[in-house]
Write a protein that binds this ligand. Structure first.
Ligand SMILES: *Cc1c(COP(=O)(O)O)cnc(C)c1O
Length: 389
């Protein structure tokens, strides 16, 4: 079951030690359940860090990948490809007007890099305003927009002209000016603790951007694709961004990032000013088409909304003296404890429930949206047990 007393696992022995790994090795997954080598099942509320929106190895995604593998895996972006074309069209159908044109990459951080480049080029300005406690990825541009000093400090100097304002503060929107190329925000901050944008905030940000000519980039890498109970979290507040970043679950577990904007903004970009070797390759595109179709056909956003409110309602009954606050939307849930959360992740793991932390004191859940109610009932049971002491 665990590797604790064994020799060091190979993915620790031969990798640059960036990751803090728990002593559990997962070898297989199906739906919302993952299994170790001995076949012990775990209810997966980690979901590959929010990637497994449609669950692990969804049959339609598996079939799409298998079929496409036999047909064509790679195709230069300098040539046309049927599957890639089909995906671009599908994306344009699920995003609201005027968003319609996408760039495909291989990760969330790349989706953000592309958005930052578009914002600077389209506005002819350099300043980027991000939020305190925001997370946007690990490559240099996205890292500069990320707030956590632990991630940033060792790598300074980063990209010039990035500033961080307090998330949710309407007063601090005064910092957005005619110098600002873009404001980049997560509608619900994930990594730092599941902080939902206060009512009316995104609208105020959008208005201020409009006044000053700055663009609004929404990073929905974690909140997008149905996670929060709508296809995109911005739909909760009716605020459409100028540029939208997607990633994580967009291709059913296959690596993909997408940056989506309007024709007007895209027209400011020149040929060869951005690119990607693997972005939008036929295999990833086939996986994404299958995943997006599952999300829409199985009405997963609605499912996330229903299961999420039911779960959060039940959470309220839990151990009030341990829990400071419950935050989130749909199946993006944060349980803010009065204690460090890490210890409780380990306790839950021992009871075969996988949880994430967010920030220091928050337990986070990003389960597949196809998760069964009985599995969530089990999670509630385990939370009730571990939060007892
Ligand atoms: C995970 C995440 C990213 C980075 O995605 P990667 O695929 O790890 O590069 C960026 N923004 C947000 C909001 C995320 O949750």
């Amino acid at each position: 079951m665990t590797k604790e007393n064994d020799e060091k696992p190979k993915d620790d022995l031969y990798s640059i030690p960036f990751f803090v790994r728990r002593s559990l090795e997962i070898v297989r997954g199906e739906g919302a359940i993952v299994y170790d080598r001995e076949g012990t099942p775990y209810v997966d509320c980690v979901g590959g860090h929010g990637v497994a929106i449609v669950g692990h190895s969804h049959p339609k995604v598996v079939q799409a990948i298998c079929n496409q593998t036999k047909r064509l895996i790679v195709c230069s972006n300098a040539l046309h490809n049927d599957v890639r074309g089909e995906l671009f069209e599908l994306i344009s159908r699920i995003v609201p007007h005027p968003l319609s044109l996408s760039f495909l990459s291989n990760s969330g951080t790349e989706a953000v890099e592309c958005a930052l480049k578009i914002a600077r080029k389209a506005t002819g300005r350099t300043q980027i305003i991000a939020a305190k406690k925001g997370f946007h990825g690990r490559t240099m541009g996205a890292l500069t927009a990320t707030w956590n000093p632990k991630y940033r400090k060792p790598f300074e100097p980063l990209i010039p002209d990035f500033h961080h304002i307090k998330f949710g503060s309407k007063e601090e929107l005064e910092n957005i000016t005619e110098k600002t190329a873009a404001v980049i925000l997560e509608p619900i901050q994930g990594e730092s603790g599941v902080f939902v944008a206060p009512e009316g905030y995104l609208k105020k940000v959008k208005d201020r951007c409009f006044e000053t000519g700055a663009l609004l980039i929404l990073d929905e890498v974690q909140t997008g694709m149905g996670r929060t109970g709508k296809m995109f979290a911005f739909q909760h507040w009716g605020v459409i961004p100028d540029i939208l970043c997607l990633g994580k679950g967009i291709a059913g577990g296959f690596p993909m990032g997408a940056t989506i904007t309007s024709e007007e903004i895209a027209s400011k970009m020149g040929k060869l000013e951005h690119g990607s070797t693997f972005g939008g390759n036929p295999l990833a595109s086939a996986a994404a088409i299958a995943a997006i179709n599952v999300i829409t056909e199985e009405k997963l956003p609605q499912r996330a909304a229903e299961l999420g409110s039911w779960f959060m309602e039940n959470l309220k009954e839990l151990r009030k003296k341990m829990v400071r606050e419950i935050r989130g939307k749909g199946l993006m849930i944060g349980i803010d404890l009065r204690f460090k959360a890490e210890e409780y992740v380990i306790k839950a793991l021992k009871k075969q429930v996988l949880l994430l932390t967010a920030g220091i004191t928050t337990l986070r859940m990003l389960p597949p949206l196809i998760i069964q109610k009985e599995h969530l009932e089990r999670v509630l049971e385990v939370l009730d047990q571990i939060l007892e002491t």
